[in-house]
Design a binder for this molecule. Structure first.
Ligand code: TYM
Length: 328
């Protein structure tokens, strides 16, 4: 089985990225042929700083290695090093409905936030994402819940291509974790945790110092009750229950049962301590790995060579089926 996922080199990675996606990448190495891509081309679809993008790319690569990706057991590479992604993106636009792209939640949200320019790249973002996965004929795509619609679209694109040009692509399925697929902001628990939140207090960064994590968890917004229960009118407590369950690798019901009657104070204390210990080894390894950019670059290049060897054949097949390029 082939597993593929992509992650943006934007800003610093947070607990939602880690629980929803990154730890699934690590597990993927034991379940199949795992391929992971740092999507620098996707990061150019909104305003960005080129020098910062380079730095963030290394930050993200170091973070993934610190989390447990092993270049001996997976393929880790930078999207722009493998030109098949952009080529296939263009080929796939011929089987992508304009109306479908207009309906993408993420496009609506992100385009509303742009101050100067809503780029055509932002509109085509999901097609490049489809190309990322289809270029490897991946079976499974580990992602958080917010990527559900993008995966549905890439399935439609693959099916339409196969119908029109003949069987070419594997139609991939998502792998969304049962617990922790949508970690919410600690200050505004009705919006998902993200690095673009108005306040940093609601976002736990993977590299946050223990004291910062503790402070953020303890000041997390909760309701005025005291029951540690998941309920629609308790989004803050529900989120903390989900976080602790994900960190422990247990069902949320087990967390509810353990903290029944103990009140919010003791519960938040436990969440803070366990999140600190959960992220500690990643932060420590990151500090060792991040300074050696030459080594990061070497690992990414090696990954790109392996990725290219796979995607080259698959994209050449798509080109042939579409009747473009010299006949072979
Ligand atoms: P990105 O970089 O925004 O996010 C990386 C992963 O983190 C997950 N995630 C979350 N999970 C749980 N709770 C949250 N609050 C949370 N926030 C983010 C995301 O679902 C994602 O899995 N479009 C993708 C990148 C991409 C990609 C691909 C993914 C490009 N090509 C091909 C899969 C396959 C994105 O923006 O991820």
């Amino acid at each position: 089985m082939r597993i593929f996922s992509g992650i943006q080199p934007t800003g610093r990675k947070h607990l939602g990225n880690y629980i929803g996606a990154i730890r699934q990448y690590v597990e993927g190495q034991d379940r199949g042929e795992a391929i992971y891509c740092i999507v620098d081309l996707h990061a150019t679809t909104v305003a960005y700083d080129p020098a910062e993008l380079r730095r963030y790319l290394y930050d993200t690569a170091a973070m993934l290695l610190a989390a447990g990706l092993d270049p001996g057991r997976c393929i880790l590479f930078r999207q722009s090093d493998v030109p098949e992604h952009t080529e296939l993106c263009w080929l796939l636009t011929s089987v992508t409905a304009h109306g479908d792209l207009n309906r993408m939640h993420q496009f609506k949200e992100k385009s509303a936030k742009q101050r100067e320019l809503v780029s055509a790249g932002l509109f085509l973002y999901p097609v490049l994402q489809a190309a990322d996965v289809l270029a490897y004929n991946a079976d499974e795509v580990p992602v958080g819940d917010d990527q559900r619609q993008h995966i549905e679209l890439m399935r439609d694109i693959a099916e339409r291509f196969n119908e029109r040009y003949g069987e070419t692509f594997v139609v991939p399925r998502h792998r969304i974790p049962e617990v922790g697929a949508r970690i919410m902001d600690l200050q505004e628990p009705t919006r998902k945790m993200s690095t673009t939140a108005p306040s940093e207090a609601g976002t736990i960064l993977v590299l946050d110092e223990p004291r910062a994590i503790e402070k953020k968890v303890k000041s997390a917004v909760t309701d005025s009750g005291s029951e540690v229960e998941r309920r629609p009118d308790k989004p803050g407590i529900s989120n903390l229950i989900e976080i602790l369950a994900a960190v422990r690798g247990v069902a949320p019901e087990a967390v509810e049962a353990e903290f029944e009657g103990s009140g919010y104070g003791a519960f938040k204390q436990a969440v803070a301590e366990e999140v600190v210990e959960y992220l500690r080894p990643v932060r420590e390894r990151y500090e060792q790995i991040r300074p050696d950019e030459a080594e990061l670059e070497r690992a990414l290049r090696e990954g790109a060579e392996k990725a290219h060897a796979i995607s080259h054949e698959i994209v050449a097949d798509a080109r042939r089926k579409m009747g473009v390029g010299a006949p072979r």
